[in-house]
Design a protein around this ligand. Structure first.
Ligand code: PLP
Length: 421
C-alpha cells in the first residue's frame, strides 16, 4: 500500500530516524577495548530515565517479560509470598509467571478498567504482621485497559504498615512516557522494555534495582542463569556483558536516552499528557466510553475505547489495518472484541495522532459505529490548538501588495488582440 503505515499500537512504537541511523552500524567486537566506551555510559545514563541515582541499571537482550523474570528470580526464593493486583492482561501475566516460578501469589482482583486496588494492598500489608509477603507486584500502566495506577500510593501503603517487602513495578508502558520516580517512590525493582517509551525495536529488557533489592540477591534461591544479576554486574563493572549483547540496540539506546534527556523528561511527560488528553476528548466527541473507569486512572500512553454492544472491535481494527494502513491495538483476553486501543507514546506529535484519529473514525463508520465524521478529529484539533505553546515573535517577510483589480475579461482580450496588430 502506498504511503506510510500508521503504527498506533501501544508498543512497538515508531522508531525515530535519528535512532534508526544510530542503529545502522557494522557489527563490532563486543570484547574489544573500545566496547566499554559504549556500554558503560549507557548503563549510567539509563538511570536518569528511571530517575534514580542510587539504583543499578541492567540491560538484558530480552523483552519486558524477561525483565519481569529477572526482577523475581534475583530477589526471591521458591515458596515466597508476593502480593499482586490483577486488573488487566499484563498484571495477570506477571502473576502467572510468578506462580509458574514457584512463588505463592496473594492476588487482589479488581475490575478491568480500574486501577490497582490501593486500599486492599494497604489492608493486606497491615494484616501481614509476620512479614510473610516478600514483594509487592505493581503494574504502573496496564496497557490492556489504558489504566495508570498510583505507585506512590503503593509506597505509602508499605511505609504505613512498616512493611519491608520489596516494591516491584512494571513500568513497561509508562517509563520514559509517564512520570516515574524510582528513588522518589522507593521502587526496588523497576521493569521496562525497549519498544515503548524508549522508541526502539523490541529486544531489550531493562531493569533498575535499588540497593535493597540487590541485597536480596545472595539469599534468593529461585533458579536463574540468563537473567542472573550477579553475572551481569560482574561483567558490567568493566563495561562488558556476560554474553553477546545486541550492538544495534545498544547504539539505539544511547541515542534514545540522549533524545529523551535533550527534550527533558518533564517535557516528554507533558507532551504525552497533552496528546493523550486530545485523544480522550476525541473519544468523548464520538460518544464512546473509555475502558478506564475514572479520570484518576486515565493513561497518557494508551487509550482503550469501548465499542458499542453488537459491534466487534476486532472488525474496526481489521478495517483500519487493511483499508487505511493504520495499526490499532486489540482488545486482549476478556476484552477481546469489546474495545480497540490507540497507543500514543514515543516519537509522536499532534498531526501524526490526528491521522490515527481520522483513520479510526473512518474504520468505525465502516464497521457500523455511528460516529459523526470529523467529530473527534475536530475536537482534538481545537484542544491541541488551544494548548499549543505560544510562538516566539519572528520578523516575517512583508505581505505582497494586493493585485490591481482585474480588467473585465472581454476588455482584456480586446486590448491583447489590439496590441498584437
Ligand atoms: N507489561 C506491560 C504493561 C506490557 O504492556 C507488556 C507488553 O506489552 C509487557 C509487560 C510484556 O512485555 P514484552 O512484550 O516486551 O515482553
Amino acid at each position: 500500500m502506498a504511503g506510510r503505515n500508521f503504527l498506533f499500537v501501544p508498543g512497538p512504537t515508531n522508531v525515530p530516524d535519528r535512532i534508526l541511523r544510530a542503529m545502522h552500524r557494522a557489527m563490532e567486537d563486543h570484547r574489544s577495548s573500545d566496547f566499554p566506551a559504549l556500554a558503560a555510559p549507557v548503563l549510567e545514563d539509563l538511570k536518569k530515565v528511571f530517575k534514580t541515582t542510587s539504583g543499578q541499571a541492567f540491560i538484558f537482550p530480552a523483552s519486558g517479560t524477561g525483565a519481569w523474570e529477572a526482577s523475581l528470580t534475583n530477589t526471591l526464593s521458591p515458596g515466597d509470598k508476593v502480593l499482586a493486583g490483577r486488573f488487566g492482561m499484563f498484571s495477570q501475566l506477571w502473576i502467572d509467571m510468578a506462580e509458574r516460578l514457584g512463588l505463592q501469589v496473594q492476588v487482589l482482583d479488581a475490575e478491568w478498567g480500574e486501577g490497582a486496588p490501593l486500599e486492599r494492598y494497604r489492608e493486606a500489608l497491615a494484616a501481614d504482621k509476620g512479614h510473610a509477603i516478600k514483594a509487592v507486584l505493581f503494574t504502573h500502566n496496564e496497557t490492556a485497559t489504558g489504566v495508570t495506577s498510583n505507585v506512590a500510593g503503593a509506597r505509602r501503603a508499605l511505609d504505613d504498615a512498616k512493611h519491608p517487602a520489596l516494591l516491584m513495578v512494571d513500568g513497561v508502558s509508562s517509563i520514559a512516557s509517564i512520570d516515574f520516580g524510582m528513588d522518589e517512590w522507593g521502587v526496588d525493582l523497576a521493569v521496562t522494555g525497549s519498544q515503548k517509551g524508549l522508541m526502539l525495536p523490541a529486544g531489550l529488557g531493562l531493569v533498575c534495582a535499588s540497593q535493597k533489592a540487590l541485597s536480596k540477591y545472595d539469599g534468593a534461591k529461585l533458579p536463574r542463569c540468563f537473567f542472573d544479576f550477579g553475572d551481569m554486574r560482574k561483567a558490567n563493572t568493566t563495561g562488558y556483558f556476560p554474553y553477546t549483547p545486541s550492538l544495534p540496540l545498544l547504539y539505539g539506546l544511547r541515542e534514545s536516552v540522549a533524545m529523551l534527556l535533550e527534550e527533558g523528561l518533564e517535557n516528554v511527560f507533558a507532551r504525552h499528557h497533552r496528546l493523550a488528553e486530545g485523544t480522550r476528548q476525541a473519544v468523548k466527541a464520538w460518544g464512546l466510553e473509555l475502558c478506564a473507569r475514572a479520570p484518576e486512572w486515565y493513561s497518557d500512553t494508551v487509550t482503550a475505547i469501548m465499542v458499542p454492544a453488537g459491534v466487534n472491535g476486532a472488525e474496526v481494527i481489521d478495517i483500519a489495518y487493511r483499508r487505511y494502513n493504520l495499526a490499532l491495538g486489540a482488545g486482549l483476553a476478556r476484552m477481546a472484541g469489546k474495545l480497540f486501543r490507540i497507543g500514543h507514546l514515543g516519537d509522536l506529535n499532534e498531526l501524526m495522532l490526528l491521522g490515527a484519529l481520522s483513520g479510526a473514525e473512518m474504520a468505525m463508520r465502516d464497521a457500523g459505529i455511528k460516529v459523526t465524521p470529523g467529530s473527534g478529529v475536530a475536537v482534538a484539533q481545537e484542544y491541541w490548538r488551544g494548548t499549543a505553546p505560544a510562538l516566539s515573535k519572528r520578523d516575517l517577510p512583508p505581505r505582497a501588495p494586493d493585485a490591481e483589480p482585474a480588467a473585465p475579461a472581454a476588455a482584456k482580450e480586446k486590448a491583447t488582440v489590439g496590441a498584437a496588430r
